[in-house]
Design a protein around this ligand. Structure first.
Ligand code: SF4
Length: 390
């Protein structure tokens, strides 16, 4: 069943055990400034990507893999949607489908009202002006033989045909915005630190003032203090330029800080989406709960009481996704229906949407949140000193 499009809307924050768990002070500032009235910049509907992998003797057996399976969401002007999930959840494939770096098997991607899914090369090149990307492997993304001025100015040459002098002037102004001195214009990537390279990558992505920026793990390779600098920079630039961000990361602190809304992916599907504060304070899907239970509490007394939900087993392989709810092999609340019936992503009273049979008739089990359900069996919870599995 195609999943509904869930738009940004205000949602009341229900309180639960995780609601009492604030993050570090510097990461608790309000995120994003988009409202439901702002224009939809990106609309993704029922997006799908299937691969075929080969296995068995002489690789003769073909197995279908549903890497992205009916994903739908939208992002408003100036808004950040955080996309989280474990490795193999399909978030990076979703990013590549949105950017048209991979062809979709099905579904549509609309950028500012234009369906870009089937555009040919020339038409797509025009759209790329409005859609830029920043990736985790910034060293690989920067041309080692080009100076910073050439790297930042390249989109201006390709899309706006500016002269060399004008490109250098615009690149210098962009370096000001990302906090790099102008004498960096003539440096090469090998002369820069990791954080400086990421600033150059961000300058290159934003120099055209795009409507959408896809950020795929943009701070994962940076140390903690550089991470906060880059995140703050991204927020400042978003305020100035108004771009919408699709922000992909596995670090939930970072995602919560920068995102207006959060979508949680598991095995190719969105299992929960909603206002970032609501999802963080009162997660409704058991998988989201497990992910958030792994976040340390900055207060030592509360940290000692934190109960970690340790999921059973590993994430199933992409060619052996379980039937019914694909999370049922690891879920502490699994019921018989979960093994055979796939729960749809259903909109919830108060905002957001969840794909879980516990919420099939509104709030879990007729009014309680999943947070108020009995804790999982003892083997599924461990003290906070245990290592993370999610
Ligand atoms: Fe767990 Fe069932 Fe909900 Fe899936 S549908 S998350 S198995 S309770």
């Amino acid at each position: 069943m195609p999943e509904p499009v869930v738009s940004a809307n205000g949602s009341k924050t229900a309180q639960g055990p995780i609601a009492e768990r604030p993050g570090p002070a510097e990461l608790m500032a309000p995120a994003g400034a988009a409202t439901a009235d702002e224009k939809v910049i990106l609309q993704v509907k029922d997006l799908r990507k299937d691969f075929v992998i080969r296995s068995g003797f002489l690789n003769t057996r073909k197995l279908p893999v549903h890497a992205v399976d009916g994903v739908s969401f939208d992002i408003h002007q100036g808004e950040t949607l955080g996309l989280v999930g474990e490795s193999g959840s399909g978030k990076s494939t979703t990013a590549r489908l949105v950017l048209r770096l991979l062809p979709a098997t099905g579904g549509t991607v609309q950028l500012d009202g234009t369906d870009i899914t089937g555009l040919d090369g020339a038409a797509m090149r025009k759209q790329r002006v409005e859609m830029q990307a920043v990736f985790q492997d910034i060293t690989g993304a920067l041309n080692a033989g080009m100076t910073v001025a050439e790297i930042v100015g390249e989109p201006l040459k390709l899309h706006q045909h500016l002269s060399k002098k004008d490109r250098r002037r615009e690149s210098a102004a962009m370096l000001d915005q990302v906090g790099l001195r102008r004498d960096y214009l003539d440096r090469y990537p090998y002369e820069l630190s990791g954080g400086q390279k990421q600033r150059v990558g961000i300058a290159r992505a934003l120099v055209l003032r795009p409507k959408l920026v896809v950020l795929d793990e943009p701070v994962s390779a940076l140390d903690v203090s550089t991470q906060s600098q880059v995140i703050n920079l991204l927020e400042d630039l978003q305020d100035e330029i108004g771009s919408a961000y699709l922000f992909i990361a596995h670090n939930l602190f970072v995602v919560h800080h920068i995102s207006k809304r959060i979508a949680v992916m598991y095995l190719g599907k969105i299992v929960e989406i909603g206002d970032a504060s609501q999802v963080y304070a009162s997660p409704r899907h058991p998988y989201t709960q497990a992910l958030l239970s792994g976040i340390p509490h900055p207060n030592p007394a509360r940290e000692r009481k934190r109960q970690r939900i340790v999921l059973r087993g590993d994430v199933p392989g992409p060619s052996s996704i379980p039937g019914g709810c694909s999370f049922h092999t690891r879920c502490p609340h699994v019921m018989e229906i979960c093994r055979t019936v796939t729960p749809p992503l259903a909109e919830m009273p108060g905002g957001g949407a969840v794909a879980c049979h516990l919420h099939a008739n509104g709030p879990a089990l007729g009014g309680a949140s999943v947070n108020s359900l009995p804790l999982p069996p003892p083997d599924a919870t461990q003290p906070s000193s245990e290592s993370a599995s999610a």
